[in-house]
Design a protein around this ligand. Sequence first.
Ligand code: FAD
Length: 496
Amino acid sequence: MQANNHPIRRVVIAGGGTAGWMAAAALSRTMGKILDITLVESDEIGTVGVGEATIPSMITFHDLLQLNESEFMAATQATFKLGISFENWRNVGEDYIHSFGTTGTDHWTAGFQHFWLKARARRLAGDYGDYCRELKAAQMDRFAHLPDQGMNYAYHLDAGLYARYLRKFSEALGVRRVEGRIVQVGQDAQSGFIRSLTLDGGAQIEGDLFIDCSGFRSLLLGQTMGVEFEDWSHLLFCDSALAVQTGSTGVVPPYTRAIAHHAGWQWRIPLQHRVGNGLVYSSRYLDDEEARRMLLSNLAGEPLMEPRPIRFKPGQRRQTWRGNCVAIGLASGFLEPIESTSIHLIQRSLIRLLQMFPSAGICQTDIDEFNQQTAHEVAHIRDFIILHYHVTNRDDSPFWRACRELELPPSLRHRISHFRETGRVFRVPNELFAENSWVQVMLGQGIEPERYHQIADMMGDAELTQFLRNISGSVEAVVRQLPRHQDYLRRYCPAP
Ligand code: FAD
């Protein structure tokens, strides 16, 4: 596969799920005046139909698109999300929240957890979450925007409506949509570059750069360019899901629920008009019929459809850009949905592609840089996800025992040991999850650090108590004044 100096003017996006329409929106908003953008999708094939919980980076993406937030939220039946409630993960009957906020106040030598660990040892501290505004707001079912982005949040949204919303947005900026099933992908015999897509009716769509958003099929990058898939089934055991929508129960918490069961977990994603539910499980430890029964017997509202099965293999393509083909979304890989990172990775790939856009021709150094950045980012997220399964007291089923025994990647093994021995955790630049995410999940899953940084000993008991009281007091004062999440939604972005 060679690089070349052929200028890139015609971009063809294969697939119109969340990835395809996010790609169309980002490209048309940023470079629409100088690119000719076509998106091909097949209504007959449809989309994966899940992917409704997001993380705060979506706000940055929407800022780049210059979307109006309340209009976008109304159009997609969206609600606010302040974090994820992990239930039954450490022990059955116990829960914790991984919130999007910051907890307490750090010292430059040591994170807040060191002060909290000392105070807890001396019985002077409340729960770790008492010092985080977003977490308390989630627990108390409150939400409002605060000045200076004082509330760190994301969204729950209807994936089908989101794609429709972005389609309208992109078409208004000149993106051409073509309906049809891609039956053949034409390649240049010498370079291996993709030259055209042939549709079932015989139409041919030619392009200079092809973005593969064809979902798990990975029609262009995997099937045509032959980029291998790196299988991580030995690290992530869940490979199946059942998704079902239920009617709204009238309760709209500002967080996602992730409820562990004996061979995986169940999600609940509250939208304005309905609730998204699903069971994620390992087919090695739970058969499909039992999974179906479990899901249907654990729903809060009335099911609006039959549960839809989805199979996946956790892992990533060894390269996500080869030649003139870049895969984005499920076509590039998928881990699992526990931390809602997949849409975030779509955004990251798009931003990266726009930063390295090969207008004057494709450079291998760009491709190498793109692939290396992507691989690093995905490996970091993979580690964070494994943490949830591996660090647990649960040993009540073969699934959890296998999770506890799995051989960790060295990068994660180091992070866990470092935190356990010292209470410290460091974020490497460009990693998604910051220190506070690691601390919340590591404490939440049951790691007890053996020490804390001695800087905390600079405060005596009285000073430490006052320090913590000031933080929890100001958290409470802010949260008490917030409206109920549902009331705020009704005022700010009521869906039709
Ligand atoms: P798809 O939605 O599958 O779209 C593929 C597109 O390609 C479709 O338009 C299809 O018609 C088209 N296509 C395919 N073949 C052809 C062909 N031959 N001709 C023409 N068109 C074709 N992510 C999150 O961020 N948060 C979550 O909460 C979350 N939950 C998830 C839960 C589960 C169980 C799973 C499996 C995934 C979840 N994800 C989540 C991931 C998320 O769903 C995807 O990242 C997102 O929907 C993007 O999917 P996609 O556009 O890549 O693929």
